[in-house]
Design a protein around this ligand. Structure first.
Ligand code: ZN
Ligand code: ZN
Ligand code: FE
Length: 767
């Protein structure tokens, strides 16, 4: 002890960031104890407030260590310290939470089981041995159990379980890992698992059913999964049939990283993702000898793998012993079931048994899907483990709160407040009433949870999207201004926001379909864009979709149009009989119900059919997936594409490629040469735009960027012509990231005083 009494000072510190539900208060408590400081720490709906009192040197050390030693996954976004008159406090306490108006508290995503909890789970001597709902301040459910902020037990779906004396002691002990762990539970006092349609210990019973080839609906974190033996062809085929899901790949769950390595090649970046607290499905290059049923992922060279991320899953995988199909519990195109009654009703005809528990799921949240590209994560679906953590978008802190409603497929909506974009969990394709209801409920839920009222609505220019309809109705009802954002501009704006940039770039939007301001279907665009506006600088040579929607799943219709445009005779397909073929040939010749498009996605489908890979698809993009999967990557050549300069912009002409592809070669070689040719002509066009504008950065976005071969060849080709690549890292390049782009575009226009907002009946094009 110092001989002179130290000068006592008091500091009050406002902390913003991910500080609720991550053990922040216990961490602060222990730190203050260690440094001999008095005061308190309190959660409130904006973040946390810390008051510390003691020697000035100790307080300075406290502030430094607060930032330096904060345990993952916590995150401090800002600290604001003010001096206050000392009160003579010698002890440090954790004060009750306080609700206050104004800003938003961050709600954490759900976190995968941590290593400490895993050890306890598997330790026969631990009181939580084999208890499927253990968790601590570093892991467990968050977003899917929160009913209200602040994040306290009474505001979660754990409110109905009262802590037993042992759990209560842990909860109250600042030295314990479960100090203030809101979902803390044990076999005495917490949720329980049960099996419906089986006998005995629930997890062992479910594992036995799975071994017998049965389908089991498993209630997890953000909803129900449908599980079956991933190595059992009959079981997988039956699940597909019952779920009405014919071809889309099914995800697999394994118990360990070693098991994942038996299914696919795992790089260090992929291993890091698999074992991260988010624990997403990671797309791996499938091993040829992987012990997986053939119908698990037909026609693709990848497999989507995730590690067991809750204790229930860990125990189930341990009891079963091998990889399990874990696909969302729904019928194709419907939202994942998360409420017990609904699950029983909708999944009853699919599942032979149910493995369930009595902890309610407050809101649905599907598994996330991530791929690794150029050693960095590329999200394909951003949901569980990521949502609702905000994306920092480097916008002005002030400005209207924007609600962006997203697109028609892979919908996610976005609330933008200040520089934080709250992109929602995956809502799905808005193609039926159930999906639309999930979308509307989701928006109302986010607005309540984050206490946000939009002052501006952003939507796609397509008038028929259900999401657009919602925005228009709401604008009229609440008298809110509207901003219509062109689909591909939104993709590029999303990529800018993902990278925290707000300056003009060249944007390559290679996508399925989106409405252009000229009334045609865009999707193969090169834009010059910033967040507020865009100009179209180049595009793929347009072609015709005979019958519109019908051509999306019948790539042969596109192939006929491509061959006709190239002036070469098209191939024939066994699945297309002469009358259908003649009918479509006639439609194209007479231009009846033919829609002009520049869509890269449809061009991929057409090429897939031209090469005899997929004439018809079960889902949008299956033809493109098959074309990617067919690539013989040793093939160094490229199909010829022509670049034409017109008064309006650059046209990338694929007709020479079509003619050469039909002249002969293997499908594997031609698929690879198609990808390379398209990448090269795109880079050449970008180089020309760069020379004309002085811009040297190229943002890559749109659904086609999910294609690994295209992504890598495009990035390499842009490198080769001296341009810098901007790519997605936090949000998907497909329509799952669209709302982020809509939100920042709308905000940027709101900051432009000359911009005239739309009414509920008017769209607006680019400038
Ligand atoms: Zn834990
Ligand atoms: Zn207990
Ligand atoms: Fe799109």
């Amino acid at each position: 002890m110092a001989r002179d009494a130290p000068v006592l000072v008091r500091q009050e510190i406002e902390v913003r960031g991910l500080v609720q539900g991550v053990g922040f208060r216990p961490f602060v408590y222990r730190l203050a104890q260690e440094l001999g400081l008095g005061g308190d720490v309190q959660n409130h709906s904006q973040g946390a407030r810390v008051a510390v009192e003691g020697a000035a040197t100790a307080i300075a050390r406290f502030a430094r260590r607060l930032v330096a030693e904060l345990p993952a996954p916590g995150r401090i976004d800002s600290l604001h310290a003010t001096d206050a008159p000392p009160r003579g406090e010698r002890t440090f306490t954790i004060a009750a939470s306080e609700v206050c108006d104004g800003e938003v508290a961050l709600v954490l995503p759900d976190l995968a089981l941590c290593d400490d909890c895993r050890r306890e789970l598997l330790d026969p001597a631990d009181r939580r041995h084999h208890y499927p709902f253990l968790n601590c301040t570093h892991c467990g459910p968050r977003f899917t159990i929160v009913r209200n902020v602040p994040y306290d037990r009474v505001n979660t779906t754990m409110a109905g379980f009262s802590l037993c004396p042992d759990c209560a002691r842990e909860y109250a002990d600042p030295a314990d890992r479960r100090f203030h762990a809101q979902p803390n539970a044990c076999p005495e006092c917490g949720p329980r698992a049960t099996v419906i349609g089986g006998d005995g210990e629930p997890i062992a019973a479910a594992a036995a059913l799975l071994r017998a080839g049965k389908t089991v609906a498993v209630k997890g974190l953000g909803g129900y999964h449908l599980a079956c033996d991933a190595g059992d062809e009959a079981a997988v085929a039956r699940l597909r049939e019952r779920k009405h899901r014919e071809a889309r790949p099914l995800a697999v769950m394994v118990g360990s990283l070693d098991q994942a390595r038996e299914l696919g090649h795992v790089s260090s970046a992929e291993a890091a993702l698999l074992t991260s607290p988010a624990a997403p499905i990671v797309l791996l290059a499938r091993r040829p000898d992987a012990p997986l049923a053939p119908s698990l992922a037909p026609g693709v060279t990848t497999v989507g793998v995730m590690l067991a991320y809750t204790p229930l899953h860990v125990l189930l995988l341990e009891a079963f012993g091998g990889p399990l199909v874990m696909t969302s519990g729904n019928l194709t195109n419907e939202p994942i079931a998360h409420l017990d009654d609904d699950a029983a009703a909708r999944l009853g005809a699919i599942a032979d048994a149910f493995l369930v528990h009595d902890r309610p799921i407050e809101r649905r949240c599907d598994d996330s899907v991530v791929a690794v590209r150029r050693s960095a994560p590329l999200p394909l679906r951003r949901s569980r483990g990521y949502a609702p953590a905000p994306v920092q978008v480097a916008a002005k802190p002030a400005g209207p709160v924007v609600l962006a409603v997203g697109g028609h497929q892979k919908n996610a909506f976005c609330l933008l407040r200040g520089d934080q974009a709250f992109l929602s969990h995956h809502v799905g394709d808005l193609e039926n009433d159930r999906a639309l209801a999930a979308f509307e409920t989701g928006i109302a839920d986010f607005e309540r949870l984050f206490d946000l009222r939009p002052a501006l609505l952003a939507h796609d220019e397509h008038p028929d999207y259900l999401a657009t309809g919602y925005a228009l109705r709401r604008a009229e009802r609440e008298g809110l201004p509207l901003v219509a954002v062109q689909h591909h501009h939104a993709h590029i704006a999303s990529c800018l926001a993902d990278n925290g940039l707000d300056e003009p770039v060249i944007g390559v939007a290679y996508d399925g379909t989106g409405l252009g301001p000229d009334g045609t279907i865009w999707g193969g665009e090169i834009l010059v864009a910033d967040r507020a506006s865009y100009r179209r600088a180049g595009w793929l040579r347009p072609f015709r979709l005979a019958g519109g929607e019908a051509a999306v799943k019948q790539g042969w219709r596109v192939a006929l149009a491509l061959a006709q445009a190239a002036g070469v005779p098209p191939p024939s397909w066994p699945e297309v009989d002469a009358p259908r073929r003649e009918f479509v040939t006639e439609m194209l010749a007479r231009e009846v119900r033919c829609y002009r498009t520049t869509s890269a996605g449809r061009l991929f489908d057409g090429f897939s059919a031209l090469l005899g890979l997929r004439a018809e698809s079960h889902y949008e993009g299956e033809g493109a997936v098959a074309l990617e999967g067919a690539c013989d990557e040793r093939e160094p050549g490229a199909l010829p594409f022509a670049l034409a300069e017109t008064p309006d912009g650059l046209v990338m002409d694929w007709t020479p490629a079509v003619a050469e592809a039909l002249a002969g070669g293997t499908a594997g070689e031609l698929a690879m040469r198609f990808h390379r040719g398209l990448a090269r002509v795109t880079a050449e066009a970008c180089r020309a735009v760069a020379d004309a504008t002085g811009l040297d950065r190229v943002a890559l976005s749109g659904g086609c960027l999910v294609n690994r071969v295209l992504f890598e060849l495009l990035a390499d080709s842009l490198d080769a012509v001296g341009l810098r690549v901007l790519r997605h890292r936090q949000v998907p390049p497909n329509d799952g990231g669209l709302a982020l782009g809509q939100a920042v575009a709308a905000r940027a226009r709101a900051e432009d005083e000359s911009y005239v907002f739309g009414r509920a009946d008017a769209g607006d094009g680019g400038r």
